[in-house]
Ligand binder design. Structure first.
Ligand code: FE2
Ligand code: FE2
Length: 218
């Protein structure tokens, strides 16, 4: 079973495939973590760290809500594989919420940032080398593309900060996590609700669906 890392977009099911979207965001996380290591200006570094946190948590929440339940249903060792990445996600949650509580000058915080980056990189490897190739084997390209739209839809309204006490599995994660997402996005102050509505509408028309799916489409 080949890692998704070296495959072509075509092999992964085309541009909209969940595998292509996953790999693209993993590359962005990698780029931001590398940038964070190189930056010396404290303000720029904090801003980059904030971007990493927002990206990682919305990405992971959508995995836990949309992808891993499907992996458990369609892959023979899905239970074991998803339990492993959920454990990594839990550790990333715990460490990041400690980081958010510590002062940026605290040397202990630096150590935790290093550890959390190592965990994120491990999580990416486990997904690209183990879990996602199995999903590729179990689903055809059309389902991978439908799943890509579902994953992206959830990701766009997912929490953007760690919530270690929220369960990693549905339905608990969605019941507790979705209401927190509005609070997270308010904290981020990155976009107003009207902007979000506009973005959602733009996304819905560009992805060819008029509203987020009520029933899982995969
Ligand atoms: Fe991922
Ligand atoms: Fe992940």
């Amino acid at each position: 079973m080949a890692s998704i890392k070296g495959q072509t977009v075509e092999q992964l099911g085309g541009e909209g495939s969940v595998l292509v979207r996953q790999r693209r965001e993993h590359a962005e996380m990698d780029r931001l973590m590398d940038r964070c290591h190189l930056l010396t200006d404290p303000e720029e570094r904090e801003q980059t760290l904030k971007e990493i946190v927002q990206l990682v948590f919305s990405h992971a929440f959508a995995e836990e809500t949309v992808l891993w339940p499907l992996v458990r249903r369609s892959v023979p060792d899905g239970e074991e594989l998803t339990a492993r990445v959920e454990e990594e996600h839990q550790q990333i949650n715990d460490l990041t919420s400690e980081i958010e509580r510590l002062d940026p000058q605290d040397p202990e915080r630096e150590e935790k940032v290093r550890r959390v980056f190592a965990l994120i990189r491990q999580d990416i490897r486990d997904e690209e080398d183990q879990l996602l190739p199995r999903l590729q084997d179990a689903l055809g390209p059309a389902r991978l593309r439908r799943l890509g739209v579902a994953w992206e839809t959830v990701r766009r309204s997912a929490p953007t900060h760690p919530h270690p006490a929220v369960p990693r599995r549905p339905p608990g994660n969605a019941l507790l996590g979705v209401p927190l997402s509005a609070y997270d996005r308010l904290r981020d102050g990155v976009r107003s609700s009207t902007q979000m509505v506009g973005e959602r509408a733009a996304f819905a028309s560009s992805s060819g669906c008029s509203a987020p799916p009520q029933q899982p489409p995969w």
